[in-house]
Design a protein around this ligand. Structure first.
Ligand SMILES: NC(=O)c1ccc[n+]([C@@H]2O[C@H](COP(=O)([O-])OP(=O)(O)OC[C@H]3O[C@@H](n4cnc5c(N)ncnc54)[C@H](OP(=O)(O)O)[C@@H]3O)[C@@H](O)[C@H]2O)c1
Length: 293
């Protein structure tokens, strides 16, 4: 691989991809290209002097031009069953160009086949391997940003509406995930062939509300609602039915205590990044002003 690899980052306008671009630029040692779906979405990067390319996973004609000269790629897609078709398209196209290493953002590797979208991610991983790429499969647990945003969030004022009863989840700050992705992209040989689970702070929603209360100095509450309400709201808001039905199933299983290792945490972060993973308390401290009401 070249000394200064060219790295293409998909999902660059989203939570994980955007921070990965930022981390890669901050570390240096690579040519970073942010993949965006339209010229309008490129503006934010151009203003920061970051290279962009148009790549729409739903428009196959954009793939080969976007992949020219790319050595390594971060592959991620949105919250939709389209991830299967989109990722296969991307992997097929990349296998005809010079891409050597793919870092994939997957999901929990908890030992169950009942949460279908986790399995979809593993099928994508298997396809990356089958096509002969060097790979690093990242398997993050729940994003802390699900609660706080940016974008869609479960926190409404001082109430966290959630759908998993007393289940304790394993959590990760998206920025920590992006930092691991950046290392896996930059040190491709070191992380080649690895499956890396990421989840560093196990908390129930009541425990999270307690932490937010202590950090902000005002009360926060967790309000358990039904998975049915989640699904109804998600569909009303136009979210993808297939994906959201998987999430609904996950919540039902969480409530029944039927997902083994839902609260599993891992001790790999410091060795990869050189610092400790963000805890819920540190995350709340970082967003203290935004969380205040
Ligand atoms: N939330 C969690 O707790 C959690 C946990 C584990 C794993 N994950 C996984 O994380 C991934 C999502 O990451 P995220 O939260 O960073 O996503 P996000 O913030 O929703 O952003 C999605 C990104 O994908 C881009 N995108 C969507 N459709 C595209 C298309 N057709 N072509 C090219 N790009 C497209 C979006 O571009 P636009 O700006 O143009 O829309 C955006 O940049 C999913 O695979 C999910 O399964 C999430």
């Amino acid at each position: 691989m070249s000394i200064q690899p060219t790295i293409l980052v998909l999902g660059a306008t989203g939570k994980v991809g955007n921070e990965t671009v930022r981390q890669l630029k901050a570390i240096g040692d690579s040519r970073v290209i942010a993949a965006v779906r339209s010229p309008e979405k490129a503006t934010q990067f151009k203003d920061q002097g970051i290279e962009t390319v148009i790549l729409d996973l739903d428009n196959p004609e954009t793939l080969l031009p976007a992949l020219q000269g790319v050595d390594r790629a971060l592959l991620l897609a949105g919250y939709s069953v389209d991830m299967l078709r989109q990722s296969k398209r991307f992997i097929d196209a990349a296998s005809t160009t010079g891409v050597r290493h793919i870092v994939h953002i997957g999901a929990s590797g908890a030992p169950t086949n009942e949460v279908a979208h986790w399995g979809w991610h593993q099928l994508i991983e298997a396809y990356i391997e089958r096509k002969g790429f060097s790979y690093t499969h990242l398997r993050p647990e729940a994003f802390m940003q699900n609660v706080t945003g940016p974008g869609y969030r479960w926190l409404d004022g001082n109430v966290i509406r959630h759908y998993v009863g007393n289940a304790r989840w394993s959590w990760i700050d998206c920025n920590d995930l992006a930092l691991v992705a950046a290392h896996a992209l930059l040190e491709a040989d070191k992380y080649a062939g690895q499956i890396i689970p990421l989840g560093y702070d196990a908390k129930t929603f009541d425990e999270i509300a307690q932490i937010l209360s202590e950090v902000v100095g005002k009360p926060f509450y967790a309000e358990a609602r039904s998975p049915e309400e989640f699904l109804e709201n998600a569909l009303k808001a136009g979210a993808d039915e297939a994906y959201m039905t998987c999430v609904y199933t996950q919540f039902k299983l969480n409530i029944a205590g039927a997902i083994p290792n839902a609260d599993a945490t891992f001790d790999n972060f410091e060795a990869i990044t050189g610092r400790k993973a963000t805890t819920w308390r540190e995350f709340a401290q970082r967003y203290k002003q935004e969380l205040d009401y």
